[in-house]
Design a protein. Structure first.
Length: 504
């Protein structure tokens, strides 16, 4: 059976600019063929079981020649696979998407195109430059600044200058001098505002402003490199006024998020929205214990318990999965009262139509146990991790409250990207890492290696127990005022962004 190919535009870099249709296609792919310009947060959406093929396509450096890429798409489709060709920007705007469809069309392979947000418009917008404005210009012209096979630029500069519109050049860093000289020689006013935006829509973005006559010289002085987009026209004068992206409070701050993969998205997304360069590095994985005879028996006699205590969203998921296996739903919980260790766990209960009867003011095992010891008169059922904190049961023992402590999942400390993280740390960068539990600290340390010097790492921690675990390994810590995501984000914001290079 013949498979299919979907050309997906990944957008210019910000993962939030990947379209919903593009994301769905990527998450359903069996094979992903991707370019170097596709950012890590988007690549992280690839299914774990998908075959991933890096064709390394970037400017004039192609790991795989175009003909080879075309053949890979055909071969994988003929294997019956659902193939996604993931391309930076938009597949049909200087993306050679049309070339990649020709062979597929000739061989009768079904294909589809999912357009992407083009960098030609998005990057100037993130730099505060509206490519059109009624007071300045009513036309936009997008030009490739890349000369094929080292040949001179084949651009009708006089025609472009006559339009009086905004000119956006893609892939033109190496040829910027020739572009500027060509425009001025064709009659463009040398004082026409011009800008170049490097690594647009990413936390590393920077904009350099100049004029048509001086942009190349200034970009060289600032060591601007690819990928970058240059813009010529009066609208560039608005860049400083409208540059919203550069004013984000965490712009340029690199933050490592260590939450489990299934829980990382919310925190990572919020930090990205504040301008942070987020590295998603899940250091722990929660693995359900299946089958779990103790939980099955507990669910069959749920009426014997006064309280059901849950210490994480993973415990809620395990509970609902067990009810489903027994052909039941939330109604089977009857009149049992629900206790949640914190807002995240309470939120997970609410997602299933359940409301927590008790959430401690301080989100940790000790305070959850103390609160239950004050409230419970009957038996308590605890559903939690295999190596849960003894502070919870110690508080119940102190209050002489009977309980059943059922382990519904285990925490696994491993990550196949440990070498990548250690390399990041070895660069000497002052790294900020978020820790949402002592387990994430243990997973982080185990992944990097116990022998590493962590004195250059700052840990933004939820709770004193988490901070205590981090401190054991020499990690500097700051502790959120409350043990929830809002407070953790506020803590990271309080650290601010790193200093910007002078003149940027």
């Amino acid at each position: 059976m013949v498979g299919s190919v979907i050309l997906v535009g990944a957008g210019p870099g910000d993962p939030g600019l990947l379209t919903l249709k593009g994301r769905r296609a990527l998450e359903e792919a069996q094979v992903v063929v991707y370019d170097a310009l596709v950012g890590a947060p988007i690549l992280a959406l690839m299914p774990e079981g998908a075959e991933k093929i890096d064709v390394g396509k970037r400017a004039a450096r192609h790991t795989v020649p175009q003909e080879g890429i075309n053949q890979i798409l055909l071969d994988k489709a003929l294997e019956g696979k659902r193939v996604v060709r993931l391309k930076g920007g938009d597949p049909f705007l200087f993306g050679r998407g049309g070339e990649e469809l020709e062979l597929l069309e000739e061989r009768g392979v079904p294909f589809e195109v999912v357009p992407g947000v083009t960098s030609a418009i998005a990057v100037p917008a993130y730099g505060g430059i509206p490519v059109t404005h009624r007071d300045f210009t009513s036309s936009l012209h997008i030009i490739t600044g890349h000369a094929r096979d080292g040949k001179p630029l084949d651009i009708d500069f006089e025609a472009l200058v006559r339009t009086g519109g905004t000119l956006v050049f893609l892939m033109g860093v190496t040829s910027l001098s020739a572009i500027c000289a060509g425009l001025v020689a064709a009659g463009m006013d040398p004082d026409t505002p011009a800008s170049i935006v490097e690594q647009g829509t990413t936390p590393m973005q920077r904009r350099v402003d100049a004029t048509a006559a001086t942009l190349a010289e200034k970009a060289a002085a600032e060591r601007v490199g690819a990928p970058a987009i240059s813009v010529f026209g009066s609208v560039c004068a608005l860049g400083e006024r409208f540059d919203w992206f550069d004013r984000l409070p965490l712009k340029g701050r690199r933050v490592v998020v260590t939450r489990p993969r299934e829980r990382a998205g919310t925190l990572a997304g919020r930090l990205r929205d504040l301008g942070a360069d987020v590295v998603e590095y899940p250091c722990i994985e929660t693995v359900p214990i299946v089958p779990c005879p103790d939980m099955a028996r507990a669910m069959e006699r749920i009426g014997a318990y006064e309280w059901l205590a849950l210490t994480s969203p993973a415990g809620v998921s395990a509970l609902m999965d067990e009810l489903d296996r027994q052909g039941k739903d939330a109604r089977a919980l009857g009149s049992v009262k629900l206790a949640a260790i914190g807002g995240g766990t309470a939120g997970e209960l609410k997602a299933h139509g359940l409301r927590a009867d008790y959430v401690p003011e301080v989100y940790d095992a000790e305070h959850l146990g103390a609160g239950l010891a004050e409230r419970a008169r009957g038996r308590v059922l605890i559903l939690r991790a295999e190596l849960g904190s003894p502070a919870l049961t110690a508080a119940l023992d102190g209050g002489k409250i009977p309980y059943d402590d059922v382990h519904t999942y285990r925490t696994v400390y491993e990550n196949p990207r440990s070498g990548e993280l250690r390399e990041l740390l070895e660069r000497g960068e002052d790294l900020l890492v978020t820790f949402t539990s002592a387990s994430t600290v243990k997973g982080f340390v185990a992944s990097v290696g116990e022998d590493f010097d962590f004195s250059g790492v700052t840990g933004a921690c939820i709770g004193v127990q988490t901070a205590g675990e981090a401190g054991k390994h020499g990690i500097r810590t700051v502790v959120a005022e409350r043990a929830d995501m809002d407070a953790l984000v506020e803590t990271v914001m309080g650290l601010g962004a790193p200093p910007r290079p002078a003149g940027i």
